[in-house]
Design a protein around this ligand. Structure first.
Ligand SMILES: Nc1nc2c(ncn2[C@@H]2O[C@H](COP(=O)(O)OP(=O)(O)OP(=O)(O)O)[C@@H](O)[C@H]2O)c(=O)[nH]1
Ligand SMILES: [Mg+2]
Length: 324
């Protein structure tokens, strides 16, 4: 029997609610590696840690920052995860980035996960747990404290149950052309440029030549790591680090992509997109300032959506006219 596929777990939740402390309690790894993160007491970059679940299954944890200014970093980290660990502090409850991150998870189609009500040494977890159950009805809610250790084993056990329900998201994309969305790029002394990400589709092997996009520069895979172990080949859904030959570090950034030359991907200035208007933050912000009723917010959002649909139809029409 083959071992179950390694999964990628992403944290989510408001700033200071205890995501990094919980990952440390679960894995022993402090994912805040930067001196600036320690000085400011907050996560800035994505952090990574390996987690072995009680039954032995391997999981790669992506720890995201909660600060509202770093939501793009959160989205980059959440892209490609299989399931989530939503962290809500018992003494603070559901806050704006709890809602925003829940929206991002929903938009990315991440349905499985666990809610940890942390800091339960400080306050009763019940009120936050009730709100969490309403926000993420499919997720098990577990109270814990990274400070006292209470409930940490229960969080791991709940993650194990959630992992059993997860269909590894990369599996259906293994036969497609290879694409890696880069979420970090850095230099390793003696090795050169290294990029990391969750392999979106296809596979990568040592020696492959790929295109770095949008620069459209050829790069070669000098070596690979999968879930922190050296490997000859990586498959869709796996967490990978790629040592690249042919590119200096300054020419690669988060948001770039590596793609199989056969994928035929090329930069474009025109995209065909459908926008989903998030009512939550708009309603909160506007209601706070103006006192406008929630129902009116919904009406405004629907009007904006119908305007967006009409614009999209017009853009599609214009693009059809450009076809040769
Ligand atoms: N009492 C108590 N304090 C906690 C607990 N978990 C975290 N903290 C404290 O809360 C603060 C924030 O914890 P972090 O783990 O850095 O929070 P975070 O969610 O990762 O924050 P960002 O990454 O910046 O969004 C730190 O001072 C922690 O020591 C807990 O269970 N109990
Ligand atoms: Mg953190």
């Amino acid at each position: 029997m083959t071992a179950p596929a390694a999964l990628v777990l992403g944290t989510a939740g408001h700033i200071d609610h205890g995501k990094t402390a919980l990952v440390r309690a679960l894995t022993g790894v402090d994912t805040d590696r930067l001196p600036e993160e320690h000085a400011r007491g907050m996560s800035i970059e994505l952090g990574f840690a390996p987690l072995v679940l009680p039954g032995g299954r391997h999981v790669s944890v992506v720890d995201v920052p909660g600060h509202e200014r770093f939501v793009r970093t959160m989205v980059a980290g959440a892209t490609g995860i299989d399931f989530h660990l939503m962290v809500i502090a018992a003494d603070d409850g559901v806050m704006p980035q709890t809602l925003e991150h829940a929206e991002v998870l929903a938009a990315l189609g991440i349905e499985q996960g666990v809610v940890a009500i942390t800091k339960c040494d400080r306050a009763s977890p019940q009120p936050a747990a009730a709100d969490a159950a309403a926000l993420l009805p499919g997720a098990e809610v577990v109270a814990c404290s990274a400070r006292t250790g209470e409930g940490i084993a229960a969080v791991a056990a709940a993650l194990e149950r959630a992992a059993e329900r997860v269909t590894p998201r990369g599996e259906g994309r293994r036969e497609r052309a290879s694409v890696l969305h880069i979420d970090r790029a850095f230099t390793i002394h003696g090795a050169g440029t290294v990029v990391t990400g969750t392999l979106w589709s296809g596979s990568l092997a040592v020696g492959d030549t790929l295109a770095l996009l949008p620069a459209q520069r050829p790069v070669r895979v000098r070596s690979l790591q999968v879930h922190d172990q050296p490997a000859e080949r990586a498959h869709a859904g796996q967490r990978v680090a790629v040592n690249l030959a042919g590119i200096p570090r300054r020419d690669v950034a988060r948001g770039d992509a590596l793609a199989d030359l056969a994928a035929g991907l090329a930069p474009t200035q025109v995209v065909d997109a459908a926008l989903q208007i998030l009512i939550f933050p708009v309603r909160e912000a506007v209601a706070a300032i103006s006192g406008v009723a929630a129902a009116d917010m919904v009406e405004l959002a629907l009007q904006a959506e119908s305007l967006a649909a009409r614009k999209l139809a017009a853009i599609r029409g214009a693009m059809d006219g450009l076809d040769p």
